[in-house]
Design a protein around this ligand. Structure first.
Ligand code: SIN
Length: 284
């Protein structure tokens, strides 16, 4: 598609593009929105800088893509149950940060969110980048033998590593966020390891280190070994991009073909982000 109303500048060979020419605080015309949506499908994660967004304006932009996703476990903003405030405070000198391992958002849900929007309200002077990995490429660059194996696998996803009561101590180290773990985190759902994107028709690997806890019909040891192979492959640097946040930037990524990782390298500084999600469909 030729873009007529926005500029689209790729930031890496694998995925990711910065968009300019759109003011997300205002209602977007159909043509601008169609081009943004196309850039999202073409580049898997897109970035807008220098936006001034109230929570209501972020929600209005999110709603252009569909209904909001469900947010379990994490306490949302008082007046905005659709927004998680992702906060690390200067005093939170901890090995744990929210989102600090490769994952696709809430893949433990039967219908995980199709997209996530993350808006930076306060950023550290350095660090705090987010990494993204292109899961189409992760699938396409598998060897023919691994592709045949992966095509038949079913992943078992669960929130237990992050949100079962055993993980509460991690969340309690982040003084600016409230997370309430509970036993519902032990529930599991099954998703194909290779899913087909409903809009592009492309196949993508759909496993991640946080929520994919096993493989159907494989022992724990077998599943862990295969998943480690697939995850390590998907995390290769040439399949990723890295976004350095500035205040007022918004990232919009496609959880159906992208996983991401929040880098925890800014101890002593505050980082505040507002996160919304768009409801998705059952992966097939
Ligand atoms: C997340 O995983 O939702 C948060 C990512 C980030 O803070 O960079």
């Amino acid at each position: 598609m030729a873009y007529e109303t926005i500029e689209v500048r790729p930031i890496a060979g694998a995925l990711g593009a910065e968009i300019s020419g759109a003011d997300l605080s205002a209602p977007l015309g159909n043509q601008v929105f169609a081009e943004i949506h196309q850039a999202f499908l073409d580049h898997q994660v897109i970035f807008f800088r220098d936006q001034t967004l109230t929570p209501d304006q972020q929600k209005a932009f999110t709603r252009r893509f569909g209904p909001f996703g469900e947010t379990p476990f994490v306490t949302t903003l008082d007046d905005h149950p659709e927004i998680i405030e992702v906060v690390k405070q200067p005093g939170d000198r901890t090995a744990y940060n929210f989102g600090g391992n490769w994952h696709s958002d809430f893949s433990f849900q039967p219908q995980p969110p199709m997209a996530t929007l993350l808006y930076s309200r306060e950023v550290p002077p350095y660090g705090g980048d987010t990494l993204f990995a292109n899961m189409y490429l992760a699938y396409e660059t598998l060897t023919p033998g691994m592709k045949r194996i992966a095509d038949d696998l079913i992943g078992v996803h669960s929130a237990r590593r992050s949100y079962s009561p055993a993980a509460q101590y991690q969340h309690d180290q982040l003084s600016g966020m409230e997370v309430k773990t509970d036993d519902s985190a032990y529930a599991t759902v099954e998703h194909p390891v290779v899913r087909t994107h409903p809009e592009t028709g492309r196949k993508a690997l759909f496993v991640n280190r946080v929520y994919t806890v096993g493989l159907k019909d494989f022992s724990k040891t077998e599943g862990a070994a295969l998943l480690d192979l697939l995850c390590r492959h998907a995390e290769r640097p040439e399949l990723t991009c890295r976004f350095n946040w500035t205040e007022g930037a918004l990232a919009l990524w496609d959880n159906r073909c992208v996983q991401h990782f929040a880098v925890n390298d800014y101890d002593g500084y505050r980082r505040v982000m507002h996160r919304t999600t768009v409801a998705g469909e059952r992966p097939v």
